[in-house]
Design a protein around this ligand. Structure first.
Ligand code: ADP
Ligand code: MG
Length: 157
């Protein structure tokens, strides 16, 4: 069921999140606006996904993505957050993030400790890196979607 909507293409502005402190954990997540999140299929499964991401007209990098319930909105709205597997020199709030989600890793989980959470995310990142090297996922890195003119909001072209 999680795979039904994949690959899923999405483009939108990076907005300020609600300060879960992802960056302090060493795993910053670029959040999409509520409007972009609303444009996702309402029946898309929450959980951890992977795919490709590009900021502005920059390079295309591997990413892991979480679709989860947003505590800021009392868990009635979803949040969509992308951790790009790349070290950026600066933050990129306000820039246009383009992503293609190509695969699903696991459902959302609660963890007993921050350490357990971080190690699960590190495993997700390793899994994403491996999967994305397979031809069926790798081919989407070169998709024309990433070379469309910047600024246009395009969902599921
Ligand atoms: P917020 O709660 O505002 O989303 P985070 O702690 O999740 O704060 O940090 C996210 C921000 O960090 C992004 O919006 C982006 O500007 C910046 N950032 C820097 N490097 C990355 C990266 N590799 N992946 C995602 N965001 C990054
Ligand atoms: Mg974030």
């Amino acid at each position: 069921a999680a795979m039904r909507h994949l690959p899923y293409f999405c483009r939108g502005e990076v907005v300020k999140g609600f300060g879960r402190g992802s960056k302090e954990l060493g795993i910053p997540t670029a959040n999409f606006s509520e409007q972009v999140v609303e444009s996702f299929p309402s029946d898309i499964s929450t959980g951890i996904y992977y795919g490709w991401a590009c900021v502005g007209n920059g390079d295309v990098h591997k990413m892991v993505l979480s679709i989860g319930w947003n505590p800021f909105y009392k868990n009635i709205k979803k949040s969509v957050e992308t951790h790009i597997i790349h070290t950026f020199k600066e933050d990129f709030y306000g820039e246009i993030l383009s992503i293609v989600i190509t695969g699903y890793i696991r459902p959302e989980k609660n963890f007993d400790s921050i350490e357990a959470l971080i190690s699960a995310i590190q495993e997700d990142i390793e899994e994403a890196k491996r999967q994305l090297d397979l031809p069926e996922h790798l081919k989407l890195k070169e998709d024309n979607f990433f070379h469309l003119p910047e600024g246009k909001i395009v969902n599921n072209h």
